[in-house]
Design a protein around this ligand. Sequence first.
Ligand SMILES: [Zn+2]
Length: 449
Amino acid sequence: MPNPLTTCDLHVHLAGSFYAEDLLAIGAPIFREVDWAARDFLNGYNAALDTKLDPVQLFAEALENPATGFPKLKNAYVFGPEDSGDFEKFMWKYRLFSHLWGYGWEQGRETAVSMITQAVEHHKRQGLRYVEYRAGFWGEGADLRQKIQICAEALAAEGDEQFTARYIVALPREEPLATYHAVRQLLVEQPQLAPILLGIDLASREEGYPPKLYRELFQQLRQDNAAHPDQALTAVYHVGETFFDKSLESAARWCHEAALLEAKRLGHCIALGLDPEVAVSRRPQAHEKELVSERLDQIAYDLRFAAELGLFGVPVDEERLLAEQKTLLNQADDWVERPYTPQRFQQIRQRQNFVLNQLHQLGTVIECCPMSNLRIGGVPDAKHHPIHKLLASPVNLCLCTDDPGTFDITLASEIEWVVQHTTFNHDSLAKRLGNPHRFSLRSASSTKP
Ligand SMILES: [Zn+2]
């Protein structure tokens, strides 16, 4: 019986699934044709990593002389522990593959499918049995629908008795509705994709995009699901991963608000597990300033949940909040600055407990990606990893890899890391988490009685 913790991955970006070996295999036939300077790739990469990348030379050497060439390629691509904390570096290393990925898609269906197959076959060799892949695409209209369709069909074709791939379409936060409608239209035109294409994801840059912006999208989602139960889509949502633009109260609130939108699973929620004193120590004056609009949303939230927050040891002084609200209403575009005190830190810990408890009651799942949090989530070290608090809470939790190829990790290595760095062993971890498969997004047909 395979261990479900190491065989079911629910948070994986398809474009982050390519290992250095896959990069080489995909790049081998095309690396000389690719315009590496296009879209400012070379300049950006070299500036961010303070290097002089020569991709053609890199691929040529890796192919001709793998013993010395391949480690160089791998080093240029993998975002390892030594790169940790620098999101800019991550983005450029990630683009070393996505530059090829974009070029491959321009070549048409056959190349696109072969790239997807390359990643999925690698996952199969690792023993994975069930993976929900996320991928978003550029373009619009029929072109966008076609890319989503090719991706869904390529993933469907990988399914066999040992392995199941499912597809979650990533929506751009700045304009999610266009891609959402493309997915819906595709499902009407190609209803056979419904068992594969199960969900939508709000991903990439989170700062500046509060959950309240997506009420209309989720309203539409509920309506469409009711109208087409056979093509129901479920939402997952990246939140509480990068939150330097706001207070720690607001960062915790966003996680709660994403759950209240009815996202089934939340990616990361570092804001619910990272200790507030550690969070603010990451940068000078971190989390002290936020937009007045954010503070106003926090006041409205505190007034709404005053009684429940009180039960978790967070006193809500309604009169004082109403007075603050009155003052702030006239300065909506401004920033407020509120320094931290030991008492406020303690209340934020209680707020985290409150939100974790609320998520538990709502049945919302947190997808924790240990290595991703350390390398790109601003978590300083293993000891202060949010996973400790998440594991100690009652919240539904699953462990996932996020970008296994880019980080050069596997689901099994993630589980091993957790066993090594927390108080849990394999047995107690399995007991705490349960089978992650119960949190998978199921097709409407498979949930029918
Ligand atoms: Zn992710």
